[in-house]
Ligand binder design. Structure first.
Ligand SMILES: NC(=O)c1ccc[n+]([C@@H]2O[C@H](COP(=O)([O-])OP(=O)(O)OC[C@H]3O[C@@H](n4cnc5c(N)ncnc54)[C@H](OP(=O)(O)O)[C@@H]3O)[C@@H](O)[C@H]2O)c1
Length: 337
């Protein structure tokens, strides 16, 4: 099969590095273009772990060059920065997988949490895709809105039960994340002394991912789904565990439900005991488990926020966009111990 040239803009960040590591071994995609704010450097300078492995040049963003060299570009940029870059690439006929939130929400929801949307036209064409929940909709897409990390874990724990829970009762989601979820920019909140030997909830109730969960859970079951979302920061580099608590209205066996809902899904493992985040570290796996206590449902999903929560899910979507097998170049072996 003919190779497909791809690029990464925002390559010096955490999700950018994860994309590089997978694309180096991808049988069809070839990484030919990398960019960040300043450019004039190389990958192994930006990411010393790549010394002797990959030393592509990293340039300032130049959309004409990106379009000349790539059929598809991954945007690993902060929110609000991505949409202008995406528009320029789409106008030049390049396919785009955006890892930011810029195309994940309706204009109304986006503007309530971020800023005025500067690319409404493409927003209406963006495809929001968690393959196990949305099927093969990424196939042939021009623009992928890659879901958020907390949202991916929460929806994978919640969706199998949307027809079995009482949506008039509160749904609580408690989602714990490792520090890399905040990206590489230092801040007081992610300072070692703030994070180590500590756990804290942040942005409870009003976190931007709550709206993304509600919008896409409602779309998946055609009912209005409301959640109370409580994210926490825990002292680990990578990993995410979302736990959903809801009221069941049927006598279903939650684990049997999970097994049938995710049957034949290569990247979902239904566990018979609560999963550990480390079991998914460095992979695209979503490890799920569910049980009930009376009519109280406890359902959970463990992922790697940088991989299933971002870069590997983005690569699965890119594989599907280009009509390739979803699993091409996707890692399955976790960083354990
Ligand atoms: N981290 C996660 O777990 C996670 C999970 C899901 C989704 N995401 C989303 O994925 C995106 C990237 O996240 P990240 O964690 O990789 O962030 P990050 O570590 O902060 O990296 C951001 C990257 O964007 C580049 N950049 C910033 N402004 C730019 C500009 N104006 N022009 C060109 N490049 C620019 C930075 O380059 P410089 O080095 O030159 O500044 C850096 O390479 C974000 O939207 C984030 O919300 C992240």
């Amino acid at each position: 099969m003919k190779v497909i040239n791809v690029g990464i803009i925002g390559v010096s960040g955490y999700t950018g590095l994860e994309l590089v590591k997978m694309l180096i071994n991808h049988p069809i995609f070839t990484l030919t273009y990398c960019a960040n704010t300043e450019g004039e450097t190389t990958l192994s300078v930006l990411h010393p772990s790549l010394m002797g492995v990959c030393d592509l040049s990293v340039d300032k963003v130049d959309l004409d060059r990106a379009a000349a060299e790539c059929a598809l570009v991954f945007l690993a940029l902060p929110h609000k920065t991505a949409m202008n870059t995406a528009k320029g690439l789409l106008d030049r006929g390049v396919k785009v997988v955006d890892l930011s939130a810029d195309y994940r929400l309706s204009a109304e929801n986006y503007e309530a949490f971020y800023c005025e949307h500067e690319d409404i036209d493409n927003l209406s064409h963006a495809i929001y895709s968690i393959p196990e929940l949305h099927g093969n909709i990424a196939k042939g897409a021009r623009l992928i809105a890659n879901p958020g990390c907390h949202v991916t874990a929460s929806l994978m724990a919640l969706t199998p039960f949307l027809d079995h829970i009482d949506l008039t009762q509160p749904i609580f989601i408690d989602s714990k994340t490792g520090v890399s979820g905040a990206g590489k920019s230092p801040s007081a909140a992610v300072h070692y002394v703030s994070v180590n030997d500590n756990i804290n909830c942040y942005n409870i109730i009003k976190h931007r991912h709550a709206t993304e969960i509600e919008q896409h859970a409602s779309a998946l079951c055609s009912h209005d789904v409301k959640v109370t979302f409580v994210p926490s920061l825990v002292p680990m580099t990578r990993g995410m565990l979302a736990c959903v608590y809801a009221t069941l209205k049927t006598s279903c066996d939650p684990l049997v439900m999970m097994e049938s809902f995710y049957a034949d899904k290569a990247f979902v493992r239904v566990r018979t005991a609560p999963p550990h985040t480390k079991m998914t570290s460095g992979t695209n796996f979503a490890d799920v488990y569910a049980t009930r206590h009376g009519n109280a449902l406890v359902s959970m999903c463990a992922i790697d926020n940088l991989m299933r929560g971002a870069s590997s899910q983005a690569l699965v979507n890119a594989n599907l966009m280009m009509g390739l097998d979803e699993g091409l170049g996707i890692p399955k072996i976790a960083y354990v111990p």
